[in-house]
Ligand binder design. Sequence first.
Ligand code: PAF
Length: 312
Amino acid sequence: MKHWTLFGCGALGGVMAGLLAQAGHQVSLLRTFPPQQVPQEVKHPLLLSWWDLEGQHHEFNPDFLQTKDAANISLLLVTTKVYQVQVAMEPLIGQLPEATPILLLHNGMGTEAWVKRAFPANPLLIGITSNGALRLSAEEFRHTGSGETWFGAGNAAGNDWRGVVDVLAQALPHAAWSDEIRMKQWEKLVINAIINPLTALSGETNGSLLTRQEEVEALCHELMPLLQREGFNLPEEAWVSRVMAVAAATASNYSSMQQDLVAGRPTEIDYITGYILREAQPLGLHMPLHQQLYDAISHRSPIASGISNFSI
Ligand code: PAF
């Protein structure tokens, strides 16, 4: 059994913490902001409640670690929202032992380069997951959909940590190592760039897209020149069927962006559609449909102001 330190206890972090604790692992939650900035809603000692996929209720008491405890962190699983990664991790620079692997698990892309610069010696693992999770309150979470979790090496040292994914697999419905994590990241990026803004704007579940296949097709079509330039040679229909398959598998779930907009939280749009538009721009590729989604969501999302939005 391992000692996992989780950084970020939103919907996904809460469910991951619950699954790991349930599998007998030691789970600590890390917070790097000063005590006066701990959100009022968080009580201590903390009792986390979560419901598994069968509706069974579980509770556990994680302990809290602070920046001063960084030397005791042996495995760091970062589950903050993508836009919180840098602000949350900055206090750990020079504090986290160089041998401690960092596992990044969030929707969206664009944090890896900063983490590599800030923690050049630490083994880095990049992950994606399609597990559905819901945050009911600061201490209550629900696992809403079984999904796959994949990790791959983010740097050469990360390769030596393949075995840690087998340990995760004891706790998660499906977790495995991938030597093609970049491809998996892009697949997830495309899925999130289509499902998330469409459902966030309509306020409907992911399953609502099953009757909107033409819109999904048009959005995939617009992405094709970029995907080809990125070196992916899957045909357009394969991208469409991947998006539709996730919409079907998570039909009764609300996407994370839909949940964020409803709760008045910042969204990940800058690291999903924004990332895609930033990659496309220097290549002279125009994406009016994705630009429209980006504008509509950005217009409705509060600005991410970092630390004050950082769950637990
Ligand atoms: O962001 C999300 O909600 C999820 O990544 C996914 C796979 C779209 C399911 O809702």
